[in-house]
Design a protein around this ligand. Structure first.
Ligand code: FAD
Ligand code: DLZ
Ligand code: SF4
Length: 512
């Protein structure tokens, strides 16, 4: 063998940069399930089963193509427990060969492998991960010298560069962004048709073996392992995506920000799990969505909204991560320091919006964007939870979470912990927002219209306490001036009462 290629758990794309020139006659593949990657975040049991099953299916397909694959299972008694340990063992088994690895998505993984390679004088070549639509270098050049980094500006360039939803040099429909049309709450259950569910797959023998492994080897993993229904191969993921295009995309736009009890997915694609592991290709998904608009099967506001998430937000967030790491991870601009309440794990709280969201995460290792941002994220922001604890939680509980995408979304977008590197102001909202966009408040122990009484909604008084606590930082912010005028207009006794309620709540969040 002339070369060894390590394939990581989120590098399962049928066309992977490090494999582009690979030949079965001279390339050996290494894939390893290791305890170090299982334990660096509190991973959901479904996420572990998904990654290992998708890795095993990928190993089988490479083997079918004639490649020699060293596949190290989690329960292999000789497993060293780390990626670098497995690289070391592989080189000992096969002798010193050239090593090629597609650049990892996480800074931590790259640093670990680089440190090992230096110490053991391995002949390592990193291959740029070009499965994204904007390279790190391109993003860096775009960001250089800009006063502010705004997704919207970046997105327009990406639309032009990839000729998506363009008519000559103009955006299709005459506008770049249809977001204002994407904020409809859902009609009540009796006034709406049933919402389609994402396509679900019955575990095959390989997946069942992995489920048994996770049950045995990771008995304390968070969340429900059963029923396991994720796609684990590119072919299955493509079927799940086609199902979304047919069933949910037409209404994705209107109800993108809506939330409802008992509805875990609401017209969302539920494909980040597959995109991030490499089972789906982002550009192919955008082109297929554009085709749906051009053939009249989905409206423009839905298709533009969907493409913006992938071509705009996903690429922008990755660019921010690599631009700002490694210092980024330690930021805590708002000096938030409260520990994560237990209800982030158990879902046991009287706040129905939080309880419903966490219950969905326990079931599916998934919540849609507005639940992540405006329920669990917003609560963490308002209460002042310590960013590191919140980020670790997000990194573990979602099946689509890898640090490159989780960290800027959580630390930057939800918590404003980076001081506003790319979000112009904090996404702070009172219970009124949740009341408008969901039915959670009906039947909640708290009253979304009240901010000072015995049953006042915690989001209300925590919101005003947050605004008052951070007056110095945000008062001069042009987009927050009205909020501060509103705060000043409220009676001092009312503000005082809200701040007392907030102090009491922050002293014992699990009592909420
Ligand atoms: P849809 O709503 O159907 O959107 C389609 C696709 O657009 C998604 O699959 C995703 O690939 C992409 N997308 C949409 N929004 C974003 C975004 N803000 N950043 C990056 N990609 C986006 N997404 C992750 O993939 N992994 C994470 O760990 C993650 N953590 C998040 C943490 C917080 C606090 C917040 C607010 C958002 C986070 N997101 C994360 C972004 C977003 O919530 C998820 O991508 C989305 O909910 C996935 O569900 P979906 O596939 O049904 O998405
Ligand atoms: C998330 C994860 C887990 C749980 N396990 C493994 C593993 O055993 N082997 C592996 O190669 N990758 C795993 N991953 C993904 C990595 O931790 C990491 O998040 C990505 O490779 C970063 O790009
Ligand atoms: Fe959430 Fe407040 Fe509504 Fe209850 S009343 S569901 S706590 S926003």
């Amino acid at each position: 063998m002339l070369e060894l290629v390590l394939i990581l758990g989120d590098q399962l794309s049928p066309v992977l940069p490090a494999l582009r020139d690979a030949e079965p006659s001279r390339t050996r593949i290494l894939m390893a399930e290791v305890a170090g990657e299982v334990s660096y975040a509190p991973h959901h049991a479904k996420k572990l089963a998904f990654i290992f099953s998708a890795m095993r299916h990928r190993a089988q397909s490479l083997s079918d193509q004639g490649f020699a694959v060293d596949y190290i299972t989690l329960d292999d008694p000789n497993n060293s427990g780390t990626l670098s340990g497995e690289l070391e063992r592989a080189l000992n088994r096969h002798g010193q060969t050239a090593l090629r690895i597609t650049e990892p998505g996480e800074w931590r993984v790259k640093a670990e492998i680089e440190t090992w390679a230096r110490a053991s004088e391995a002949d390592l070549t990193w291959i740029e991960d070009d499965r994204f639509l904007c390279s790190k270098a391109h993003f860096r050049r775009w960001a250089q010298g800009r006063k502010s980094l705004r997704m919207e500006h970046f997105y327009r360039i990406m639309r032009r560069r990839h000729s998506l939803l363009m008519e000559a040099d103009e955006p299709a429909g005459g506008r770049w962004n249809f977001d204002p049309e994407n904020r409809e709450p859902l009609p009540p259950p009796l006034a709406r048709s049933p919402i389609p569910k994402p396509m679900q797959f019955r575990p095959d023998v390989e997946t069942q073996a992995v489920i048994d492994l996770v049950r045995h080897s990771c008995p304390d993993a968070f969340g429900d392992l059963d029923p396991f229904w994720f796609a684990v191969t590119p072919a299955q993921a493509r079927r799940a995506f086609s199902h979304f295009l047919r069933k949910s995309l037409p209404l994705f736009g209107d109800h993108q920000d809506a939330m409802a009890s008992g509805e875990d997915f609401i017209y969302h694609a539920v494909i980040s799990i597959y995109l991030n592991a490499g089972l789906l290709d982002p550009l192919a998904c955008c082109r297929a969505a554009e085709d749906a608009w051009r053939d009249g099967s989905a409206p423009l506001n839905a298709v533009e909204g969907f493409i913006r998430q992938i071509l705009g937000w996903r690429e922008f967030i990755r660019g921010i991560y690599w631009l700002a790491m490694p210092d980024y991870a330690g930021s805590n601009a708002l000096e938030a320091d409260l520990p994560l309440p237990d209800f982030y794990w158990s879902g046991e709280t009287g706040m129905r919006c939080v309880a419903e969201t966490v219950a969905g995460i326990r079931r599916n290792a998934y919540a849609h964007h507005i639940q992540r941002l405006m329920v669990t994220g917003n609560f963490a922001l308002l209460a002042g939870l310590e960013p590191k604890a919140v980020c670790d939680w997000y990194l573990g509980v979602f099946a689509d979470a890898y640090e490159w995408v989780e960290l800027p979304n959580t630390l930057g977008m939800a918590l404003h912990g980076d001081g506003g590197l790319f979000a112009s102001k904090p996404y702070a909202a009172s219970g009124r927002y949740i009341h408008r966009m969901s039915d959670y408040c009906q039947g909640c122990r708290y009253d979304s219209a009240d901010a000072t009484g015995e049953t006042a909604c915690p989001f209300n008084y925590l919101y005003w306490d947050f605004i008052a606590r951070h007056r110095q930082r945000f008062e001069k912010h042009p987009r927050m001036a009205m909020i501060y005028r509103n705060l000043s207009r409220q009676k001092p006794e009312r503000v005082q009462r809200m701040r007392e309620l907030a102090a009491k709540a922050r002293a014992d969040l699990d009592a909420l």
